[in-house]
Design a protein around this ligand. Sequence first.
Ligand code: S3P
Length: 429
Amino acid sequence: MSSLKLKTKVKSLRGEITVPGDKSISHRSVMFGSIAHGETIVTNFLPGEDCLSTISCFRKLGVTIKEDGEKLRISGNGYSGLTEPKEILDVGNSGTTIRLLLGILAGRPFHSSLVGDQSIGKRPMTRVTVPLSKMGAAIDGRNNGCYTPISVRGGSLAPIHYELPVASAQVKSSLILAGLQADGESTIIEPVETRDHTERMIRWFGGEIKKDHNVIKVKGGQKLTGTEIHVPGDISSAAFFLVAGAILPESEIVLKNVGLNPTRTGIIEVMEKMGADLEIVQQNQSQFEPAGDLVVRTSNLKGTVIEGKLIPKLIDEIPIIALLASQAEGVTVIKDAEELKVKETNRIDTVVHELQKLGVSIVATDDGMIINGKCKLMGGQVSSHGDHRIGMMLSIAALLCDDEVQLDQSEAISVSYPNFFTHLDKLSR
Ligand code: S3P
């Protein structure tokens, strides 16, 4: 585990970067390429640890995937081209890999075993194992199927009519991937709309899925056909520099080709509401996902309330939004975000604990946090706790510190943004 002395006392951030490919879309490009018929070529793939775990699992399931950095060539043979793995499928740190993969394996007539790292071992899996078992899959795992290690023996699936108890794109996508193999039409109802990359991708691969607000209908037995995918930049990675540009003095950052899917742009809505100097300078529809260039400049920010339907649109950005709020005038309240407790770490506790160490006035609540701005940051010894987004948030916080900041478990950052520090160096003045 590596400890890193972070860059501090940065005067300003200026310049242009292209953030790496979107993590959610990169995972799905490997999965859909593997279950489609024919070749899928992926460009601007994110070669972060999480997405590499997805590639490794599908190779163990018999799929040929040629990988050359950000370019993939996947040879799919449909769902039935997947074969019983001889080895354990290791998902590493990736919740998206295990939950979506369980949906695929639920319909495959063979046995597989899935494990992950320590963090995955604490994340709840019953949210997918219960509905997938209802569809007919035989799934078991530690603590009555709740945690890894998990074993699956898939088979014929009945369609499901299911109201999700939590707003989760991973659960929705898992059930869609099982529904595509079921004997009939499945109906999945979300409490609040979540990221819709799976639905968009099914259509891009020539499949059909109906969506009426929160109600999704998908038929089993569809044939998906291999295609070309250009992955847009990850708005969740861009978020670190959007916030950094807004809170550092005399800064201006241009972020190129950032994914702007409306189910992911909550960070932009919140920053605008807080008074950030943020512009979308060019917008284009790249294939099946909107994208564009963003410019952010040093901003005078004010506190806000973040709650309700907005939460799923910015769930992964809450750690960096907490730092943003610490540099805004007044109070910011984040509510309805209990899901943070079951992310890579309990992100309510880790954000509050680590930011308090740097001098931020922040308290945890049952479903979020309350942040009092505007705080002067001190130095200190902090830790990512193995959570990539906590590591990057603390690295941005350090830029404002006068004293030394040491980050423990800094290696976690490569899960989603392997060249994060190269970009930070490039922009720092
Ligand atoms: C993701 C969905 C979200 C998000 C995660 C990626 C996805 O998780 O936090 O980083 O790719 O579907 P939940 O579905 O658990 O909310």
